[in-house]
Design a binder for this molecule. Structure first.
Ligand SMILES: NC(=O)c1ccc[n+]([C@@H]2O[C@H](COP(=O)([O-])OP(=O)(O)OC[C@H]3O[C@@H](n4cnc5c(N)ncnc54)[C@H](O)[C@@H]3O)[C@@H](O)[C@H]2O)c1
Length: 245
């Protein structure tokens, strides 16, 4: 299936590396009229701009609500949004600090709401339709050890997907979650490169492997395309069947 985003504007958060970077490249390959790459990482965005000058970059710390509104509100209407920026640190039950909890909720949940509202409100105001994908995690449903704050932030994100799917769905804007197991990115390497941690997970995965960034990008492109015209409010595991076991 070839996804064609001709005439559409796309925006990806967390675009400097990992899944977000691959999404930017795939949006260009899919002929998107304009691609916004949004991220906190100025150096990563500069490298991206050097390689792909047609991409419009916006540096912003998405945990800062007002700054995000200020920087993203002036952009053109966005028809395909992927809320991909995310953070994870080990948080062990009994030792979770307020700072660690807020850190995960601010970026993995609140920022997705803020960006989705900015994008969707503009579509509604201009009478246009579009689609949003929130990159969640299998951790929203199955809780890996010592991931309390991350798991809660992603479970809240899935609920946010449901509410936004209802409220913006009435305006023709679809909102879905994509929930990967481990993905081969800097985040995936940081959390799962120790086989003692990753092997139990892999052993429970019927397909016997983790994700590549393209596995996730393929699903996002499908959900954002007209081929998924009736998919709204879906929480979609991309996990090789891990969720079943
Ligand atoms: N890698 C995995 O194993 C995995 C598994 C399941 C879900 N996910 C989810 O996929 C998404 C992308 O993960 P990844 O593996 O590409 O991660 P990554 O760490 O490789 O990249 C994260 C991106 O988010 C950006 N970012 C972080 N904090 C930010 C902030 N405050 N403001 C703006 N940008 C910020 C980073 O600069 C970077 O570009 C995340 O939401 C993550 O939770 C990843």
């Amino acid at each position: 299936m070839i996804v064609d985003l001709a005439g559409k504007t796309a925006l990806v958060t967390g675009a400097s590396r990992g899944i977000g970077l691959r999404l930017v490249e795939r949006f260009i390959e899919a002929n998107a009229a304009k691609v916004y790459a949004v991220c906190i990482d100025g150096e990563g965005l500069a490298k991206l701009k050097e390689r792909l000058p047609q991409v419009e970059t916006v540096q912003v710390d998405l945990s800062k609500w007002d700054e995000t509104v200020e920087k993203l509100s002036p952009l053109d209407p966005v028809h395909a949004l992927v809320n991909c920026a995310g953070v994870v640190e080990y948080t062990k039950t009994g030792e979770v600090t307020e700072k660690a909890f807020d850190f995960h909720l601010d970026i993995n949940t609140k920022a997705c709401l803020n960006v989705a509202q900015i994008v969707c409100n503009k579509l509604v105001a201009t009478g246009q339709q579009g689609a949003v994908v929130n990159i969640s995690s299998i951790a929203a449903q199955k809780h890996p050890p010592d991931h309390l704050a991350y798991s809660v932030s992603k479970a809240a994100l899935d609920h946010l997907t449901h509410v936004l799917a209802i409220d913006y769905g009435r305006h023709g804007i679809r909102v879905n979650s994509v929930n990967p197991t481990v993905v081969a990115t800097p985040m995936g390497v940081k959390m799962w490169s120790d086989p003692a941690k990753s092997k139990p997970l892999l052993d429970r995965t019927p397909l016997g492997r983790f994700n590549t960034p393209d596995d996730i990008a393929d699903v996002c492109l499908y959900l954002l395309s007209d081929k998924a015209a009736m998919l709204n409010g879906v929480i979609l595991p991309v996990d090789g069947g891990y969720n079943l076991c």
